[in-house]
Design a protein around this ligand. Structure first.
Ligand code: NAI
Length: 237
């Protein structure tokens, strides 16, 4: 069924791959970017809108534009995220807050906005893109891991609050996926990482996109408040 889908941070990486999966399935897809609109989106039938998830007015403006051109957002993928990795002792409060403001509060801001329209429609899907790091913690990622773990509490609370309106809220927790985010690691670090992954390789962004599309579909109508790991078996707990 054709749905209106909004993906934050959809100009590259996991967000863009997810947008392409939804577009290929015939949905009306909107992605957000921060600075420069990505090239060639019209070839995939994807609409791009500028949006900074740390700015509530900007979010309001983006939703208005999406509603005017595509209709009420029925599926929200809160994917925008940043890292400011460093050991906890060296992490400034400003960096810690910036990560939380983008990854957690940014996701809350966009979800709150999207849920209003979903409530009226009495149908909706919200997917938060969390991380393996939020489940097991990582050295140098106290801010990132805290923000990603908190998405689980957020999603489960929303899942309970909105279940009676046929709105499901779920979390996808990717492991190591080949995107710009991993480029901060050296080849050596990546090779070490791969050794610990049972499936023996990094994940592809579209492998996350397919799971997100499944969770957004009618096939997943009895799944809410779940955390779905997509990590090649790295953490099976
Ligand atoms: P990426 O760095 O390519 O994409 C991040 C996206 O978020 C970009 O489009 C960026 O513009 C956007 N963004 C950042 N701050 C924003 C803001 N204030 N407002 C609006 N958009 C903003 O990285 P990737 O890998 O595609 O990450 C996507 C999501 O997946 C992130 O939430 C990340 O934490 C998560 N993730 C990635 C993993 C990986 O191994 N690549 C593993 C686990 C989770």
């Amino acid at each position: 069924m054709e749905r209106v889908v909004l993906i934050t941070g959809g100009n590259r990486g996991i967000g863009l791959a997810t947008a392409k999966v939804f577009a290929a399935k015939g949905n009306k897809v909107a992605i957000t970017y921060r600075d420069t609109p990505p090239d060639g989106m019209e070839d995939f039938g994807i609409h791009s809108y500028s949006c900074d998830v740390t700015d509530e007015e900007h979010i309001d403006k983006t939703f208005k534009e999406v509603e005017e051109t595509l209709g009420t957002v029925e599926i929200l993928i809160a994917n925008a995220g940043i890292t400011r990795d460093s050991l906890a002792a060296r992490t400034s409060n400003a960096d810690f807050s910036e990560v939380l403001d983008t990854n957690l509060t940014g996701a809350f801001r966009t979800a709150k906005k999207a849920l209003r329209g979903m409530m009226k429609n009495r149908w909706g899907r919200v997917i938060f893109v969390s991380s393996l790091s939020g489940r097991i913690g990582q050295i140098g990622q106290s801010s990132y891991a805290a923000s990603k773990a908190a998405l689980v509490g957020l999603s489960r609370s929303l899942a309970k609050e909105y279940a009676s309106r046929d709105i499901t809220v779920n979390v996808v927790a990717p492991g190591a996926i080949k995107t710009d985010m991993l480029e901060k690691l050296s080849e050596n670090q990546i090779n070490e990482y791969i050794k610990s992954i049972p499936l023996g390789r990094l994940g592809k962004p579209e492998e996350i996109g397919e799971i997100i599309a499944f969770l957004s579909s009618e096939h997943a109508s009895y799944i809410t408040g779940s955390v779905i790991p997509v990590d090649g078996g790295l953490y099976m707990g």
